[in-house]
Design a protein around this ligand. Sequence first.
Ligand SMILES: [Zn+2]
Ligand SMILES: [Zn+2]
Length: 176
Amino acid sequence: MVFDIAEIGDEGLDIMFQVAKDQFEIDQEDCSLSKDVDVSGRLTRVGDDIYLKGKVTTELVLSCSRCLDPLTHSVDSKLKSHFVPPDPDSDATGEVELHASDIDTEVYEGDQIDLTQLVLDGILLAVPVISLCSDNCKGMCPQCGVKLSQGSCDCSSDAPTDPRLEVLKQLKNKLK
Ligand SMILES: [Zn+2]
Ligand SMILES: [Zn+2]
């Protein structure tokens, strides 16, 4: 995902590539890639400034926020960035002063720009805070874990039971 700036001519450079999903470390139980990652877009150059406009598409497997069932989530995120060379006037700490309008600005080193982090961010930003297997997912019983869309249970819907009472109740249920 590294491009030589020299390759970007006056007319820009169209990019399109696919990255194997295991190149990204997105492999948690509740968030993993299920497809390879496609990136396409266009790099343009104005002086030493490089602009990227493109998109990243792939598919994630997430778990339902209510019932924890796996679900697939399509990712189709826009990529937009502005790369600038390191500022020779920046102070010794190497920190670059960013203005509010430069929020998407990244500094590149040498004669190459690396899109890895940008693509990774594009995928992770597409992960919704809450994902549901279906809009009317009923979730699961907080006491016994039964999936309420698949069946009901005998737990009372009262506020959390005292765990000690819960043990007694389970014993009682077994004796029934
Ligand atoms: Zn669900
Ligand atoms: Zn229950």
